[in-house]
Write a protein that binds this ligand. Structure first.
Ligand SMILES: Cc1cc2nc3c(=O)[nH]c(=O)nc-3n(C[C@H](O)[C@H](O)[C@H](O)COP(=O)(O)OP(=O)(O)OC[C@H]3O[C@@H](n4cnc5c(N)ncnc54)[C@H](O)[C@@H]3O)c2cc1C
Length: 496
């Protein structure tokens, strides 16, 4: 009779949940231990005054990578989650009132490009072909590959060279189109995974094709319903979710991990442990008694970390059918603003805002006659911008709301029913995020693939990692792909 193997996944973010589902689907007895009172990680949720406020991801792309988690056990995502297509994908607008709707209807898109960037449509088509090539090689072929040794990087080198991975997304886009506005429209996506369009590897231009092919979706009821669907699937498969009990320590013996101990005193032995928690937190705090833990934490802390975010959540009176689900309100500067956030650590006077308006697609997230929004701006992480957020936060919240008021909702302050903000120090305290980074390690070529955290630790042979700090990186499709890579390794090792 074969022995049932036991695994622990620390952290119920999208990566942790996807990994736990894969392990449990393969017959590994899996326990998912989450520090907070609710699963989801960056995709946490608050209910306030009848409004549903999703904390993080709102743009659901590549639904196929999610559906695959259900199909592993012959089930269907549609049984647990209702995904609704969002069109346009985004409305991009600039301070002079110009706007550009972007989606995957080719005729509409051509008309929009010809209006905003006359003469650039052929260049756009060439960019789309480039993006398709990177998507095929970088995402479909290598997205779920564990880069454990340098040889794996060498094998990927021809593809990286072919797609000029050493260049930035903005530089590659600029080679295809002339209009500065279209350059911004085709390069801003790296910000959604923590990357500066001016320095993130051109490989991330694949996001454009990913969206064009797979569409942009919304989970009815909010991203929290997708998280709930994943939890329901995991529990139906027989997995155990332990909430509200942070892991304090990963127990080791020599080069092996033996189990975990939590803050409440709970302690269990496991054949394998995977961490979905922040990388520095995992090595420095959970493995702080080991030489390996201390050394890795020091080395990781020296790397480039993605910026943080400042998010203002607000529920207001009235319906706003004219404001689409996803808008980007570009400010007067693009590169200068990115320099302030990524390099100088300055809190800028001007912003580019991502405005989320889910109630326009899904009225269930607001009381009747009301609307739910969040306004998000990237800000430098706590290492570059060590301000007192309890002082800066309320002032910045007002400035962000003023800007949304100026651009879209003139009497915004009078309409507000409820509001609150989420700042870099909240990412640090709630999620254990190093420097309050919203997306873990910055996605630059020198921190990608083999140069990112490995899915299996190099020394502790049954310790694994999953999530934004591992290859291919942040974003739901990224962390779900990392779960596939990590599960592959774990299942192979556990079968030995
Ligand atoms: C505001 C915002 C908007 C975003 N928008 C999008 C978007 O529109 N589309 C998109 O695809 N991506 C988006 N992203 C990125 C995406 O949300 C993240 O990259 C992804 O969700 C990270 O998943 P993860 O698996 O790395 O885990 P995380 O979400 O980081 O979860 C890690 C989990 O580990 C837990 N944990 C930490 N320490 C311990 C411990 N000691 N014991 C137990 N548990 C522990 C944490 O509580 C947390 O639940 C956004 C991110 C943010 C912050």
């Amino acid at each position: 009779m074969s022995v049932v193997r036991k695994a622990c996944v620390i952290g119920a973010g999208f990566g942790g949940l996807a990994l736990a589902i894969r392990l449990q689907s393969a017959g590994i007895e899996t326990t998912l231990v989450e520090a907070r009172d609710k699963p989801g990680g960056r995709a946490y949720v608050w209910q306030r005054d009848g409004f549903t406020f999703d904390a993080g991801p709102t743009v659901i792309t590549d639904p196929g990578c999610l559906a695959e988690l259900w199909s592993l056990s012959g089930q269907h995502l549609t049984g647990d989650v209702d995904l609704i297509p969002v069109d346009p994908f985004y409305r991009l607008s600039w301070p002079d009132g110009t706007s550009f709707d972007y989606g995957n209807d080719e005729d509409k898109l051509r008309r929009e490009i010809e209006r905003v960037a006359p003469g650039d449509y052929p260049g756009y088509r060439d960019f789309l072909a480039y993006s398709a090539g990177v998507y095929r090689d970088g995402y479909l072929k290598l997205g779920a590959t564990p880069f454990l040794d340098f040889a794996s990087m060498v094998r990927a080198a021809p593809a990286l060279l072919r797609h000029q991975a050493w260049r930035s997304v903005y530089s590659v886009v600029s080679g295809f189109v002339e209009s500065e506005r279209l350059r911004q429209a085709l390069s801003f996506h790296t910000l959604l995974v923590g990357g500066n369009p001016m320095t993130a590897s051109a490989i991330y231009a694949l996001i454009h094709k990913l969206e064009r092919d797979g569409g942009v979706w919304w989970a009815r009821g909010g991203t929290n319903r997708l998280v709930a669907g994943m939890v329901a699937l995991f529990e139906r498969l027989g997995g155990t979710l332990r909430l509200g009990d942070p892991v304090d320590r990963i127990i080791t013996e020599g080069r092996r991990v033996m189990g975990v101990a939590t803050r409440s005193g709970w302690r269990r032995g496991f054949d394998a442990v995977a961490s979905n928690a922040d990388l520095v937190h995992s090595y420095r705090d959970l493995l702080g008694r080991t030489e390996r833990g201390r050394r890795q934490a020091r080395s990781l802390a020296k790397k480039r970390w993605s910026p943080s975010l400042f998010v203002v959540h607000f529920g207001i009176k009235g319906a706003w059918p004219g404001i689409p689900h996803h808008s980007i309100l570009f400010g007067p500067r693009y590169k200068g603003l990115l320099d302030d956030i990524y390099d100088k650590g300055i809190l800028p006077q001007d912003f580019s805002i991502y405005l989320h308006h889910p109630s326009v697609t899904d009225p269930s997230v607001a009381p009747p006659g009301h609307s739910t929004f969040y306004a998000l701006i990237p800000v430098a992480h706590l290492g570059k911008l060590p301000v007192d957020w309890s002082v800066v936060g309320p002032e910045l919240e007002k400035r962000v709301l003023d800007e949304v008021g100026r651009r879209l909702i003139p009497d915004i302050h009078a309409r507000i029913v409820t509001k609150f903000h989420y700042a870099p120090d909240d990412f640090a305290s709630d999620l254990g995020a190093h420097l309050g980074s919203a997306f873990s390690l910055e996605p630059v070529l020198t921190q990608s693939a083999y140069f990112r955290a490995h899915n299996r630790d190099d020394v502790l042979r049954n310790l694994y990692f999953v999530g934004a700090g591992t290859h291919p990186g942040a974003g739901i499709p990224g962390v779900v792909a990392s779960a596939k890579a990590t599960a592959g390794l774990m299942l192979e090792d556990l079968a030995k």
